[in-house]
Each structure stands twice: as structure tokens, then as C-alpha cells.
Design a protein around this ligand. Structure first.
Ligand SMILES: [Zn+2]
Length: 341
């Protein structure tokens, strides 16, 4: 198997490539790692490589043969993707779908050397659905293999985990990510890599203007925290308006941005070599580091934990977010009343 076109994960790819070449790939793999890190891409690559018709095993997947093109187009009946039912509000994979897959695993293959059943995300199988899979997962019919993708494998039943070979996906090194983005002709590769945390999928999502939007949201938040209280209260009023589900999402995004700013402040003071996220606003990172280190960091992180707990308890959104932002503002040492010019 070759790994052209893939980024990062070289050790695990080498391991699985050898297993494919020797036809000893484990029948149940559990891919674990953050969203966008490359689990789905690697699963597809394995399915392609295992079924490619090229005579040279080192050249697989060739991307040109009948098998490769059919799999890549998503139309190969032996490569089965199992995802949550879009019509179900719960976002879960129905037990009926798992039963169907179990039946399917027993059919003759439609020409593939190996049938792959890819469950994405595996956490979407609730208890009964997961239980319906156990027996087949343990002893799949010849020529059938499972790949389970999970962000949080600990949420899976232990009986599922114990039947799988666990494969952990760590972050792609920043330098590799920057090179990969640059090769794709993306101009601000360095900036994008700094907010993608080693996840190529996240980086790609950032290339379509999302980075600019994200920075606008963050800059608005910084202005609010450095400004007067009246502006802060108006900001939370606007943030927490409309349907609860919609504003919870918006608020969570703000919490994440705040978390990154606090983290940057801690990183720059602690002498850690971890890369900063907000590299385009060094003056802000410096100001926050100066003001928050070390006690303010703890206070702000505690306030973030509190706000999430409060919102889960259905406490008024505005009250909870006001409390968070006021705490951060106070820890930053912004005076109660700002002189107006
Ligand atoms: Zn091929």
C-alpha cells in the first residue's frame, strides 16, 4: 500500500499497509481521534488499497482501476458506510440499520476482495444497536471487516471495544499541515494550521472564509471584554436571543474562543512550547497573560466550567453568560467604569 495524498499518521499507516499487503488486517478496527483528524480518509484509503486491482501491491490504491473508481464514487456495494439516520432527531444509528448490516455481512460479496463496513460515528450506536452488532463484530464472515470511527471511544460499550483493535489518531504535526495546505494553494496556511489543532479536516473547513468569520467573532468578544459593562450586557442580550438550541450553539462557539484566549495566556506565561492559537493578536495574548497569570487563569477556567453546567441546568442564558464575561473582564483588570472620550 502507498500513502500518497495522505497527511500524517505515518506509523499507523505503515502498520496497516503491511497488514493489508500480507492480508492480515484485523477484522474489527476501532479508529479513535478528534473530528477532522483523518479517520474517515484513512478508512476509505484502506478499503481502496485492499480492493485495488493493480498487480503491484505497493502501487495500491491506484485510483484508476474499476474497483478504485467505484469505491471512490461511493457506489461499491461492498463498501458500506453506516451513519446516523438524518430523519431521527436523536442522531443515533437505529437498531434496524445494524440488523440490516449484520444480514448484509453474510451475503456473497459483489466482487470485492474484502467487504468493509464502516460505522461513523460508532458512538451513535445506542446500547441495543451495539448489542445487535457484537456477535458479528467478534466473528465476521470471511472477507468482511469492520471499521468503527469514534471521537470518544470511552463512550462505547466495553464489549464493543474489547472486540476491536484500537488505532489512535494523534494530531498531524503543524509543519506537515502547513506544507499540505500550501501545496493545495491555500495562502494563509500558517494561520489556518494554528487553529486546526493538527486536524486536516478542521483546517479545510477553515479555508472557505470560516477563519475570517471566526476571527471577527473573537475580535468582537475581545472588544466587549475590554470595554464598558453596558456594552457587555447588550452583547449577551443579543447572543442569548432567539431559540435556545440556536443561541446555545452560538454561545458554545464564544466559550471555545474564550477558552483558546485563556489557554494562549497560560501557554505564553508557562514557558510551554505548545503553539499559540491567536498568533495574529500578540498584543492581546500578552495583555491577557500579564493580567491573568496565574490565578486569573484558574478563575476564568472555573467560570467556563460553571457557565456550561448552568446552561445544562436551564439557568437563564443571559444571567449565566453575563456572570462568565464579568468574571473574565474583572480578572483582566478592566475597571468597572471606563472613562469616555
Ligand atoms: Zn486500483
Amino acid at each position: 500500500m502507498h500513502t500518497n495524498g495522505l497527511i500524517g499518521h505515518s506509523a499507523l499507516l505503515a502498520r496497516m499497509g503491511s497488514a493489508i499487503d500480507a492480508d492480515t488486517l484485523h477484522h474489527a478496527l476501532l479508529f479513535e481521534g478528534p473530528p477532522g483528524v483523518g479517520k474517515r480518509t484513512v478508512a476509505l484509503h484502506l478499503a481502496l488499497a485492499h480492493n485495488c486491482l493493480d498487480d503491484d501491491v505497493q502501487a495500491r490504491p491506484c485510483t484508476r482501476c474499476r474497483s478504485c473508481t467505484t469505491i471512490a464514487s461511493g457506489n461499491h456495494p461492498d463498501i458500506v458506510w453506516v451513519a446516523p439516520d438524518a430523519k431521527q432527531a436523536s442522531g443515533s444509528i437505529p437498531i434496524a440499520r445494524i440488523r440490516e448490516v449484520v444480514r448484509q455481512a453474510g451475503y456473497h460479496r459483489f466482487g470485492a476482495r474484502r467487504r468493509f463496513i464502516i460505522i461513523d460515528p460508532a458512538e451513535a450506536m445506542a446500547g441495543p444497536a451495539a448489542n445487535a452488532l457484537l456477535k458479528t463484530l467478534e466473528e465476521p464472515p470471511d472477507g468482511t471487516g469492520f471499521i468503527l470511527l469514534a471521537t470518544n471511544a470511552n463512550a462505547l460499550l466495553p464489549t464493543i471495544i474489547s472486540r476491536c483493535q484500537r488505532v489512535r489518531f494523534g494530531p498531524v504535526p503543524s509543519e506537515a499541515l502547513i506544507t499540505w495546505l500550501t501545496d493545495k494553494g491555500i495562502e494563509n496556511a500558517q494561520d489556518i494550521a494554528s487553529v486546526a489543532f493538527g486536524c486536516p479536516g478542521v483546517a479545510m473547513d477553515m479555508t472557505d472564509g470560516a477563519l475570517a468569520t471566526r476571527r471577527e467573532t473573537r475580535d468582537a468578544l475581545i472588544n466587549v471584554l475590554h470595554g464598558d459593562l453596558d456594552t457587555l450586557f447588550k452583547y449577551t442580550q443579543k447572543l442569548c436571543s432567539g431559540g435556545r438550541a440556536a443561541w446555545r450553539l452560538k454561545a458554545e462557539r464564544v466559550f471555545e474562543l474564550l477558552e483558546e484566549l485563556i489557554r494562549d495566556a497560560a501557554v505564553s506565561q508557562s514557558g510551554s512550547t505548545s503553539p499559540l492559537v491567536n498568533t495574529d493578536r500578540p498584543e492581546v495574548v500578552a495583555r491577557w497573560a500579564e493580567a491573568l497569570w496565574p490565578d486569573g487563569i484558574v478563575q476564568c477556567q472555573a467560570a467556563l466550567t460553571d457557565v456550561r453546567l448552568d446552561l445544562n441546568r436551564m439557568v437563564s442564558g443571559k444571567t449565566a453568560v453575563d456572570a462568565l464575561l464579568c468574571t473574565v473582564r474583572e480578572q483582566l483588570g478592566v475597571p468597572e467604569a471606563l472613562a469616555t472620550s
